[in-house]
Write a protein that binds this ligand. Structure first.
Ligand SMILES: Nc1ncnc2c1ncn2[C@@H]1O[C@H](COP(=O)(O)OP(=O)(O)OP(=O)(O)O)[C@@H](O)[C@H]1O
Ligand SMILES: [Mg+2]
Length: 257
């Protein structure tokens, strides 16, 4: 193994430095962790996709014959994460590739990284992953969770679930709070980021209001998250209806003259 690869294999955070980013302390912890189960509760735009893309790449490049699955609630979301993986892979090319497709890459060391849609049936077609990444885990439906975790039994693979918080219910919320010592929990908040200024955060607080801000930027699970959002959805539907109704009424008025 050449020297660069040896350094990256020994220190998971090195790959991130090699693509030109200085890892934040929580990113360093995530990339160096050996835990089999990790929950990453992380505010918006802090770098969770970036750091888990590096994690996925490390796992595939420095462990031969590793299957790495990227799971999220939609294909589009999984592909966004995969694009990051591919970008970093092309920067470093730690191992030659055998096949590069939209949504999957096969490496010469027998490893493979695959982006999957949030669809239980597709997920059930895979087996023995070395690592499963659950992106935006608080938005992944229960049937997808049920299709995913049993795959890890035979491979004794790793599971890393990352998310911003949402409501006070659902798999991610429960796992974050259940105290199960089999999980490493990493809590990364916007205020800890050297890239997000206090002024930017205050701006976001003004835009979102205190409740949504506390969810997106302070890692608070909201009591009535769905109610808040459905109230907003209803308000926006009424706003649309008003616009649609206003136009014909105007036409009528004009037509009358
Ligand atoms: N350690 C770092 N050093 C420099 N830039 C970073 C670092 N970590 C992340 N970034 C940059 O921060 C931005 C947000 O990163 P990323 O998309 O990974 O965040 P995220 O938490 O997944 O965001 P979202 O909440 O929107 O899903 C990107 O432009 C990324 O390149
Ligand atoms: Mg992201």
């Amino acid at each position: 193994m050449e020297w660069d690869n040896l350094a990256r294999a020994l220190d998971g955070a090195q790959s991130m430095r090699d693509v030109g980013m200085d890892p934040d302390p929580w990113q360093e912890r995530l990339l160096r962790s050996q835990a089999r189960r990790i929950l990453l509760l992380c505010s918006r735009q802090l770098g969770k996709s970036t750091s888990t893309a590096i994690l996925a790449l490390n796992e595939a490049c420095y462990r031969d014959d590793s299957l790495v699955l990227l799971v999220s609630r939609s294909e589009r979301q999984s592909l966004l994460l995969f694009d990051k993986v591919l970008r970093f892979y092309r920067q470093l090319r730690p191992v030659p590739s055998v096949k590069e497709l939209a949504g999957s890459i096969k490496l010469a060391n027998g490893s493979e990284i695959v982006a999957l849609p949030g669809d239980g049936d597709t997920i059930r077609g895979f087996s023995g992953p070395r690592l499963v990444v659950l992106d935006e885990a608080s938005r992944i439906p229960d049937d997808v969770m049920a299709a995913t975790t049993p795959m890890l039994i035979a491979s004794r693979g790793r599971l890393v679930a990352l998310s911003t918080p949402r409501g006070r219910a659902g798999w991610f919320f429960e796992k974050w709070h259940d105290g199960d010592p089999g999980w490493e929990r990493i809590n990364a908040r916007s205020a800890d980021s050297p890239r997000i200024s206090a002024a930017d955060l205050e701006d976001q607080r003004q835009i979102l209001g205190p409740r949504l801000y506390s969810c997106e930027f302070e890692n608070e699970f909201l009591e009535d998250f769905d109610a808040v959002f459905s109230a907003e959805a209803v308000a926006s539907i009424y706003a649309q209806d008003d616009e649609e109704l206003a136009l014909p009424a105007l036409d009528l008025e004009l037509g009358g003259f």
